[in-house]
Design a protein around this ligand. Structure first.
Ligand code: TXA
Ligand code: MG
Length: 501
């Protein structure tokens, strides 16, 4: 990786000069290169990518003197911007000189120019004659490639050569800055942010269509109007505070999986292990937007291969390159964004806790029985005791009965009910009336506290059988089982009522 193979570069340069196509790494994404000064090269690019030919290409150069040959009327700020950001992930648009054919600029009188930082890219530009037109090396409509394998997956057999430079550094396309307007305007956000540019040349503007997706105007960069970066699955971004977003995604993922759909989840290192359904992929660390930028397109491509029907993605901080990440993510989702809180509030409860005295027999039994019911919504199901002095395992007779029914409580450890267990989203079910009464008198927060019989609308008593024979534990099991079946029906009915609304 990043070691330059001189012979390979020479061969690649010759292909470009002869009018052929070479895919090559840059620090942003892989590019599909052709001679920028020949109409033929541009036409081949459009053909290979299946890209509309009104979508102009970026001309890549390796030194500043090349710029003067292909543009006219460079505004004064250009010098400072080149000094600060070139070589690097900044593309600037100028009025084009006669040297640049309209085939390269999609018929426009302006030309986009970028000087990449990647060593292979720079060597290839020089070997290829100094001016390489290169869009991202993907099939039009697919996520941009960040590895040579991605390029091969899309374009193998359609182009002359692919130079493998390993994984790219940034993972998102360059920032595009239109220098033909005053003040300059960002047409596509990238690793070089608005703030970074403003530190060099003062206030600039941002194409309104980037932030305002409702806008009726066409984006200024023709390529931004297409539904780029689109995964095959329907994609939805779930916005909101981290824990609420996780809850909401779990909820919608569970309901799709229930209908037999394949679900992919774009999570972060901080949240990935909280999901229980779907194919979960961590895209990076929340406090490191760069890591998220780097993995975004790879993850979208993987979900394409896995043929998921839906992709649910967390939203990310819009600071630094995070702004560009969210821009690409929103495009991939066709601007389908939902608020986590709106989803979470459609589900009456997300957690159910059974409470008994010692949390070693009736409660754990009820919890395990409920876990084995067909529920149309996902719940955290747990048990607690009013007095649980140490993490005692389940009662041996209870465990024997459970085993005979092909279940087990072998991992159970008794836990005491705490104030923090009583929450808005938690349904507390006491194993008998006395336990319920104790909870209601001992704790301050007493919403959603019922006895199991009361909630399941069945008056069967479920007394503690502590110290009695195995047969009595067996009878206890049968009683609890009937109540749990009624409970399952009731909570399923409630979910259905909510779904209808
Ligand atoms: O990071 C990058 O910029 C990568 C690597 C390969 O350098 N290239 C890239 O190219 O992303 P492409 O073709 O996928 O995107 C170029 C964008 C398109 O949205 C296009 O419409 C816009 O730049 N563009 C090019 N020339 C333009 C012009 N003269 N006026 C307005 N927009 C222009
Ligand atoms: Mg592209």
């Amino acid at each position: 990786k990043n070691k330059i193979d001189e012979l390979e570069i020479m061969a690649a340069g010759q292909i470009i000069k002869d009018g052929g196509l070479v895919a090559f790494p840059t620090e942003t994404v892989y590019g599909l290169g052709a001679d920028a000064l020949s109409e033929v090269g541009a036409r081949k690019i459009y053909e290979a990518k299946g890209r509309p030919s009104d979508n102009p290409l970026i001309v890549h150069i390796a030194d500043r003197s090349a710029l003067e040959e292909i543009v006219v009327h460079m505004p004064a700020e250009t010098e400072d911007l080149m000094e600060r950001f070139w070589p690097g992930p900044l593309t600037m648009i100028f009025e084009k000189s006669e040297k640049v054919p309209y085939g390269t600029t999609g018929g426009l009188n302006t030309v986009a120019v970028r000087m990449p930082d990647d060593l292979i890219a720079r060597a290839l530009i020089i070997a290829g004659g100094g001016f390489i037109a290169a869009p991202s090396a993907n099939t039009s409509g697919r996520p941009s490639p960040t590895t040579a394998q991605h390029v091969a997956d899309d374009l193998s057999g359609k182009i002359e050569m692919i130079i493998d430079g390993g994984s790219v550094e940034i993972g998102l396309e360059s920032t595009i800055l239109d220098m033909t307007v005053k003040p300059p305007m960002i047409l596509r956000p990238g690793a070089i942010t608005k703030e970074m540019i403003e530190k060099v040349i003062g206030e600039i503007t941002m194409d309104q269509t980037i932030t305002n997706t409702q806008s009726m105007e066409h984006p200024k960069a023709p390529g931004m109007k297409y539904r780029h970066y689109a995964p095959k699955a329907q994609m939805i971004i779930v916005e909101g505070e981290m824990s609420v977003a996780v809850k909401a995604i779990k909820q919608i993922a569970f309901s799709q999986v229930r209908f037999g759909k394949q679900v992919g989840i774009i999570a972060t290192n901080e949240t990935a292990d909280q999901y229980t359904t779907g194919i979960v992929k961590s895209i990076g660390a929340r406090d490191n937007e760069q890591s998220i930028a780097k993995n975004l397109y790879r993850v979208l491509r993987e979900f394409d291969e896995e043929m998921v029907d839906y992709i649910y993605s967390e939203a990310f901080a819009i600071k630094g390159i995070g702004y560009a990440v969210m821009n690409r993510l929103e495009k991939a989702a066709g601007h389908q964004i939902v608020q986590a809180i709106d989803i979470v509030k459609t589900q009456p409860f997300s957690k159910i806790i059974f409470v008994s005295y010692n949390d070693n027999s009736r409660g754990p039994m009820a919890a395990e029985l409920l876990r084995h019911q067909e529920l149309i919504q996902e719940y955290d199901i747990e048990s607690r005791g009013l007095i649980a002095l140490f993490p005692e395992p389940a009662n041996p007779k209870t465990e024997a009965i459970m085993k005979s029914q092909k279940m087990t409580l072998c991992n159970h450890k008794a836990k005491k009910l705490e104030e923090s267990d009583l929450k808005e989203d938690t349904l507390i079910l006491a194993m008998d009336e006395t336990v319920r009464w104790k909870i209601v008198t001992d704790f301050e927060y007493i919403k959603n506290v019922y006895s199991l019989g009361e909630y399941a609308e069945d008056t069967t008593k479920i007394p503690s059988v502590y110290g009695q024979s195995l047969a009595e534990y067996g009878e206890l099991y049968e009683k609890i089982k009937i109540l749990i079946e009624k409970l399952a029906n009731k909570i399923n009915d409630e979910t259905k009522k909510h779904e209808k609304r």
